[in-house]
Design a protein around this ligand. Structure first.
Ligand code: SAM
Length: 491
């Protein structure tokens, strides 16, 4: 059941790189006990042995007794032992190799140094049976407050966050050190990683003082997540700024990282602390109905609801222009995609069974896909489906039918370019899931006012400092809500 939990193996040269960068090899030679708590095929231990051989330093049994590997998949550890025998003609001591789940099983030893690359996987993507087993540990480690939170927004919380908390809290000696390759979302993620950023593990403080973010070099092939390596000190309170290096044309450029607003907030990256003096006029007046929103989420049924050409057999008033990148690249905004929303535009609710039956073609079209639509996953969606509205989607409400929208590209961009979109033949533009975010407006004048307010260059500056450039959380509604102070006005 636990097979394939976040397996991204480190190449040998990058394991050596991390070891050399932080003097881990020398610390080992000087007597430190080193452990890789999620060792995979033991590349960090192998790298230590390679460095010893290259430097002509004997691999004694005393030195070997100060390297430990923990891994839950037995074949990985067998592979490691075979590799040590083949490369170094050594039988790696069995007492230093533990095949166990480091989250759920007790481990008695403690170490001076932890190294490695904890599993990279969102909680939401784990096998169902394993989710059940480790859920209580996410709560115990303060990563989420309750099980409900895991089901909803925080299902994006990463296993790496949990493993780090467990191993720093339970496996490090007093003032021990950890050196890891990590997804940068631990530092820049919104609510999902707030719990990681209490900088406490098992009631012990921990502090991150040095981070190297890879932006051009590929350390891990085929990984789309942004990653870094970081040094962690156990039993030290987190202090800011953190020294933050970012790759630029083959060099490491030094920046400072500080939390945005309070201690647990995502980090901002600046070159000078002076840059932090933000113009405090980032205020926008909105009514309570104008909360920034993501686009429509068909929950895996894009092929049923989204079309390249406007279908003539479906009721025209249910077909809406869907935003695509062309809107931001071309001057005139004619639709390149259409989305069908079988919804009542006055209430923002799915059409009832009776309302759907009024349209023969719609009714038979949806019936063709009934089983697929009913089988879509997701707790919130299933609430609609259990009420019989199996044609429902997420992210549709009265706001979807506002006559104007100030919309921007929210995912994977470096530019923040809000546009006012009105309607095409009376049909309102819709955003596509996390790709787009928008503020609904009920007058054109209000839409233009909001667009102008959003064009404040301080917003783009802040978004860049929050390190979301090119990443999935570039300008998502939650982040925009935090950047700006929205003055609530009466509708
Ligand atoms: C990202 S891989 C890295 C492996 C190795 N450190 C490397 O850098 O090549 C993470 C490893 O952690 C293991 N793993 C995942 N969850 C674990 C757990 N709860 N306890 C022990 N090992 C775990 C996976 O099987 C995988 O081999």
């Amino acid at each position: 059941m636990k097979k394939q939990v976040g397996q991204v193996f480190t190449p040998l040269n990058w394991a050596k790189w991390l070891i050399n960068k932080w003097g881990i090899f020398d610390a080992w030679i000087d007597g430190a006990h080193v452990c890789d708590p999620t060792a995979g095929q033991g590349i960090f231990a192998l790298a230590m042995l390679h460095i010893a051989r290259n430097r002509g330093i004997p691999i004694t049994s005393e030195r070997l007794s100060r390297i430990t590997l923990i891994e839950m998949i037995p074949t990985h550890l067998k592979h490691f032992k075979r590799e040590v025998r083949r490369e170094f003609n050594i039988d790696f001591p069995a007492a230093q190799v533990f095949c166990k789940d480091i989250i759920t099983k007790k481990h008695d030893e403690k170490y001076d140094i932890l190294i490695g690359n904890p599993p990279w996987a969102n909680f939401g993507d784990l096998p169902a049976a394993y989710k059940k087993v480790i859920k209580p540990f996410f709560i115990q480690e303060g990563l989420v407050d309750n099980k409900q939170q895991l089901l909803l927004g925080s299902s994006r919380v990463d296993m790496a966050a949990l493993v780090l908390k467990v191993v720093v809290g339970k496996l490090l000696n007093q003032n021990g050190l950890g050196y890891f390759y990590l997804p940068t979302s631990l530092f820049f993620g919104e609510s999902a990683h707030r719990g990681f950023r209490n900088y406490k593990a098992d009631y012990r403080h921990f502090a991150i003082d040095n981070v190297y973010e890879f932006s051009t070099t590929t350390v891990f092939e085929g990984v789309s997540t942004s990653y870094c390596c970081a040094r962690i000190h156990a039993d030290k309170k987190q202090k800011f700024p953190v020294t933050y290096y970012r790759e630029s044309e083959g060099n490491w450029v030094e920046y400072k990282a500080v939390p945005f607003e309070n201690q647990n907030a995502p980090w901002r990256i600046v070159q000078n602390i002076d840059e932090l003096k933000t113009d405090n006029s980032l205020e926008i007046s909105l009514t309570p109905e104008q909360k920034p929103r993501q686009g429509v989420n068909t929950c895996g049924a894009n092929n049923i609801f989204i079309y390249e050409h406007k279908p003539s057999h479906l009721p025209e008033h249910l077909l809406f222009p869907l935003a695509t990148k062309e809107i931001w690249r071309q001057d005139k905004s004619s639709p390149h995609r259409w989305i069908m929303l079988p919804y009542c535009r006055e209430t923002g609710k799915p059409l009832t069974h009776e309302q759907i039956q009024k349209y023969d073609t719609l009714c038979s079209y949806l019936q063709n896909f009934r089983d697929v639509l009913r089988d879509r996953k997701g707790t919130m969606l299933q609430t609609f489906i259990s009420r019989g509205n199996w044609w429902a989607m997420l992210g549709v409400g009265p706001y979807s039918f506002a006559p104007f929208k100030v919309m921007w590209e929210a995912y994977g961009r470096n530019k923040f370019n809000p546009m006012v979109l009105s309607s095409v033949d009376g049909q309102m533009w819709q955003g596509n899931q996390a790709m787009h975010a928008f503020i609904p407006c009920w007058s054109e004048e209000n839409a233009h006012k909001i667009k102008i307010a959003l064009e404040n260059p301080e917003i783009l500056k802040l978004l860049r400092q929050l390190n979301g450039g090119g990443k999935c959380n570039w300008a998502q509604p939650g982040k925009i809500k935090k950047l700006l102070s929205f003055l609530e006005i009466d509708g």
